[in-house]
Design a protein around this ligand. Structure first.
Ligand SMILES: [Zn+2]
Length: 484
């Protein structure tokens, strides 16, 4: 029996609707989940929404609605996005539900008493990020994310003795007991730990958050610091502290997919908190790059965020998934534009796999070779290694290499000449191996383009191969990036 795998995305703030940048993270985590299910592993895949941030209070006030109404509406839009993208989540965890609040209380109660103390915190704070910045990260006193001036905030908080975990964290990461991808991010985390870890706040002043948030256990003047609260979603989603569900997953492999800007919370704070609570730490943290628009990060606050559901409506979920997985470098920043998406659609999907499937199945309808009953063969050499290394772009390049080979071999074999001259046995002889290889490619395509893979496999299945509907119909004239 193989070890079960627990995969998560981060949970986004819900002060605004989702943007295409979060679609990237959902799709990447979905490939991990679907790939491991495909090779026979038990998987639990979780996402959700982070709803206790003060930013929600500001957004709700700006819109003149209650905070709960705002988070309900936007959380629903994130849930809809997971459905529209065909993302195979097993659980969607919201942080305003009572079960999460219970988990946060139970988690804080488990921290080693020596690790928790009260002290004054003073720091440079961005209300947009709801986070303090060190001078080294914001040298001009300006938020690097928002470009707005930071404000100095001093308050009395409950603290966590992060400094006590410095050497253990360093050992866990440098030994790869906790693996961080890519290696450049791992080096950044180790460097951060080596410079010395300061203790961190577990709570925030409840007045400053206008009471929004989870009350700190035993101290009504404080709410749980939203980052601590959000991290605990990985446990509340497993039913912690009730029952044994979370303990079962403690024995499994735990993989967090995160954005490259939040490694401090996931690779430093979170494992230290888990060690203090006597719980299992994550096994793998994968930090992806950002989508940019002409070099600028696309974010909710950048004003150029387009609802990803619009792209899905126009191109289809699998086309958006394909672009994000094949044409985005997983660990670096990559430009996203509707023009690039349309280009990939036409070149790789419509002319590539779509054209091959149409030609091959149409010929099979005439020559009637046997439909596929055998299990899929092995993927191209190196495929498993690329998926394990999170290089979905390279794994897909291998599959598209096979698609190109099949297109070429079909052209060279010219089975349509045989069909035309009534040599059906000869046509079947040249078609059968191509059909088997396309079926195998479709099998390994399942984690990436699940709907397309299903359609291809259904068309090629026994007893008789049927002409496939166009998988990616040619798009009309494109004006301004949108078809008319
Ligand atoms: Zn900021």
């Amino acid at each position: 029996m193989t070890t079960p795998l627990f995969v998560t995305t981060t949970i986004p703030y819900v002060n605004a609707p989702p943007h295409i940048g979060f679609a990237l993270e959902l799709v990447q985590a979905d490939v991990i989940a679907r790939y491991h299910r495909l090779i026979g592993r038990e998987v639990r895949f979780q996402t959700g929404t982070d709803e206790n941030a003060f930013k929600n209070v500001l957004s709700a006030q700006a819109r003149g609605v209650s905070v709960q109404q705002l988070v309900d509406e936007n959380s629903t839009r994130f849930l809809r996005l997971t459905e529209a993208l065909d993302v195979s989540t097993d659980h969607f965890q919201r942080t305003t539900v009572p079960a999460h609040r219970r988990a946060v209380n139970a988690f804080l109660a488990r921290l080693r008493p020596d690790d928790v103390f009260a002290a004054e915190y003073r720091g440079w704070y961005c209300t947009g990020c709801e986070d303090f910045y060190f001078e080294s990260d914001a040298p001009d006193g300006v938020c690097p994310e928002h470009g707005t001036p930071l404000v100095e905030v001093a308050e009395r908080n409950h603290f966590f003795r992060l400094s006590a975990y410095q050497s253990r964290l360093h050992e866990l990461i440098s030994s790869r007991r906790l693996q961080i991808l890519p290696a450049t991010r791992e080096a950044e985390v180790l460097g951060f730990i080596e410079r010395g870890l300061a203790d961190i706040s577990l709570s925030r002043d409840a007045t400053r958050s206008q009471g929004w948030g989870i009350p700190y256990p035993g101290d009504e003047t404080q709410v749980v610091y939203v980052w601590i609260d959000a991290l605990i979603n990985y446990l509340s989603g497993l039913g912690f502290p009730a029952g044994d569900a979370h303990r079962r997953w403690d024995d499994g492999v735990k993989c967090h997919v995160i954005g490259k800007n939040v490694w401090k919370f996931h690779a430093v704070y979170w494992p230290a908190l888990l060690l203090s609570a006597g719980l299992a730490i994550p096994d793998r943290i994968v930090a992806h790059g950002f989508l940019t628009n002409e070099g600028r990060k696309i974010s909710k606050s950048s004003g150029d965020a387009v609802d990803p559901v619009d792209y899905i409506d126009e191109f289809g979920a699998d086309a958006v998934r394909y672009f994000l997985l094949r044409h985005v470098r997983p660990f670096d920043d990559s430009d996203f534009s509707v023009e690039r998406l349309a280009g990939a659609y036409n070149a790789d999907l419509s002319n590539g796999i779509g054209n091959l499937t149409s030609r091959l199945t149409a010929l099979c309808e005439s020559a009637a070779p046997c439909g596929i009953t055998a299990p899929a063969g092995a993927p191209p050499s190196g495929f498993h290694e690329h998926v394990e290394a999170f290089r979905f772009d390279l794994a897909l390049a291998l599959l598209w290499g096979e698609i190109a080979d099949l297109n070429r071999e079909l052209g060279a074999a010219r089975p349509w000449d045989d069909v035309k001259n009534g040599r059906l046995a000869a046509a079947r002889g040249s078609l059968a191996p191509l059909v088997a290889r396309l079926s195998t490619a479709a099998h390994w395509l399942t984690p990436f383009l699940p709907h397309t893979a299903r359609l291809i496999q259904a068309a090629l299945a026994a007893p008789s191969i049927r002409r496939s509907e166009p998988l990616f119909p040619r798009r009309g004239v494109t004006t301004g990036g949108h078809s008319r």
